[in-house]
Design a protein around this ligand. Structure first.
Ligand code: PMP
Length: 368
């Protein structure tokens, strides 16, 4: 039976004003032979790790609600990072934690400060949470952070949260620790360091060890990249226990399901066995970068992550032709301010990278 009126529903007119105009996230995914578009780990994991994860998955009691705080996983992560359980908050991917942080600490009069080009979800979630965004643009050539401008912005009365990404997505460069030091010493803002890709940056690159002595510093990590578990949806925050409690109070109580908790525990317990996979990706990154540098017209930036940003003439067309003619998917950033003619290419396996280099060499010639 039809309702009171049969005209189309005006959702836009009814929606919370801050959410008007939002559209479902489109990862621009097309099934392809080689997918190097989402910074996933495309390498097979060691059999010992996949077997442990499989066993963990089948041993779950799916009729029971999960542990809301994922304490078993928190304990393993705490031991790894040399902190206490109370310093760790697990989330349904880093994305959920980012949203929850903006929901918790943002809002009208509580500005977020970012250094674009960076991960677009920061500004997106901020907008959803009615949080003003102050942008301190990176150098257009080197993508280095303008630290004086950043500190000045973070000194503003309404500056609530600074998010920096190390290594940065999509530019690949690390944040110099002295920038974090200055933010902590000279401002009163919360500082979130997003280390989603830090495992690809070498042993000493993480600043997670700073959290214990710096209560305003928070570090975000994920199992989506180095651990090869993007589909599992597990991220975590290492932060002051009061921050963890506050975010814990607003989070969706059961967002981390029993399967994810169980499989993540198996993966984290065996994380040392993943070292060869990470080492291979790092070696392939160097090989891919050298290969790209050898293609006329292609410019690359050094990367400490599992992807490379490249600039080349006709990037959007190149991306479409890679997909349609070679069944290789990469991410187009040419629409993004500061990233004209840029593509982001995930470092794949050796055969995937070779296929990409061969295809790009042809397309670079044809699109020059
Ligand atoms: N931070 C950065 C910089 C990212 O690139 C991503 C994923 N693309 C995330 C956080 C979130 O990752 P996930 O939700 O898969 O943990």
């Amino acid at each position: 039976m039809a309702g009171r009126d049969a005209s189309p529903l005006d959702v836009t007119g009814r929606v919370r004003p801050a959410l008007a105009g939002f559209e479902p996230y489109d990862p621009a995914f097309t099934p392809c032979r080689i997918n190097l578009s989402a910074n996933e780990n495309t390498h097979p994991l060691p059999a010992s790790v996949t077997e442990a994860m499989r066993a963990a998955a089948v041993s779950c009691a799916l009729n029971r609600y999960p542990d809301p705080m994922a304490n078993g996983l928190r304990d393993l992560l705490a031991v790894w990072h040399g902190v206490k359980r109370g310093n760790v908050m697990v989330g349904n991917g880093g994305d959920e934690l980012l949203f929850n942080l903006l929901f918790t600490f943002g809002g009208p009069g509580h500005a977020l400060i970012t250094c674009p080009p960076d991960f677009s979800e920061y500004a997106n979630f901020a907008k959803m949470c009615e949080t003003p965004v102050v942008t301190v643009w990176r150098d257009p050539v080197t993508f280095e952070i303008d630290v004086d401008a950043l500190v000045a912005a973070a000194k503003a009365d309404d500056a609530a949260l600074v998010i920096l990404t190390s290594p940065n997505n999509p530019t690949g460069n690390l944040v110099d620790p002295s920038i974090i030091r200055r933010l902590l010493d000279e401002t009163d803002a919360l500082v979130l360091l997003d280390e989603a890709y830090i495992e690809f940056s070498g042993e000493d690159a993480s600043l997670v060890g700073w959290v214990a002595d710096n209560p305003r510093l928070m570090v975000l990590r994920t199992l989506s990249k180095a651990f090869g578990l993007a589909g599992l949806r597990v991220g975590y925050l290492v932060a002051d226990p009061d921050v963890v409690n506050m975010v814990g109070a607003i989070r969706q109580i059961y967002s981390e399901d029993v399967l994810a908790q169980s499989v993540a525990c198996a993966a984290v317990s065996r994380r040392r066995e993943l070292a060869p996979v990470v080492a291979d990706i790092v070696a392939e990154r160097a090989r891919l970068e050298a290969g790209l540098a050898g293609i006329k017209g292609v410019e690359t930036w050094p990367s400490a992550a599992n992807f490379l940003l490249v600039r080349m003439p006709g990037a959007s067309r190149v991306r479409a032709r890679l997909r349609d003619e070679f069944s290789i998917l990469v991410r187009d950033f040419s629409y993004a301010p500061g990233l004209e003619n840029c593509l982001r290419i995930t470092v794949g396996t050796r055969p995937e990278n070779d296929a990409l280099l061969d295809a790009l060499a042809i397309l670079a010639r044809e699109e020059a």
